[in-house]
Design a protein around this ligand. Sequence first.
Ligand code: ADP
Ligand code: MG
Length: 251
Amino acid sequence: ASFRGPILQATGLTKRFAGVVANEGIDFTVRAGELRGIIGPNGAGKSTFFKMLTCEIAPTKGKIVFEGRDITGLGVTDVCQLGLTKSYQVNQLFNRLTVRQNVEIAALAELRGKFKLDLLRSVASVPGLQEQVEHTLALVNLGARADAPVSELAYGEKRRLEVGLALASSPSLLLLDEPLAGMSPSERVETVALLKSIAKGRTMIIIDHDMDALFELAERITVLQEGRLLVEGTPQEIKRNPQVQEAYLGG
Ligand code: ADP
Ligand code: MG
């Protein structure tokens, strides 16, 4: 808690799959409290970058330091318990359980290592957990839907619940991989507002391929292209950048 350097520092991060260079030599630093955005076309290496940061996959080369501690090579569960969590693009929801039960499971899963909990044990037996679950439901604006089975949720509500599952572990660094993907224009507006409120007092990195949404949200934007970091800067700097204009805005 007394650590004062950057919350995250990745150095030379490289990932090669057989024949494919997904990430090459990426240097990336995040300060506590920042709201960062990552953009890039499909296949640019954005999801691979996030998977390495959360230790879901191991880098071919490079190093990841989180809150001053080298986490390269740790497992995804250990990293989550240290406070670094990602929400998944892939649907990981339990469809027959209610919205609240899904959040309870996510919150309990994170505590398991600390308290040796049985996942099936009642949430009520863990001090403060009920409050944490209700707070999370409110943060993603699903309080009114808490008792509905997930199968009854609209698409946008499911995507918000996925953000809620990541939030349930109270991460100090939250990574969101395309939280706006597939949403209708009105769902996007609602979710952008929600992400802004979630970002208060937190450090977040958001991937999206819609530049306008990220320009509105993020304080600094990193552009990935063909696995490499093309440019980094404020939304204004990124919009003015000639390489970005050529690649995204038609020159
Ligand atoms: P983005 O999220 O920016 O669309 P990805 O990180 O998913 O990009 O993918 C970057 C590149 O790495 C793509 O060419 C993709 O096909 C490749 N890739 C990603 N995951 C794998 C994998 N598990 N095996 C082989 N190639 C992969
Ligand atoms: Mg992706």
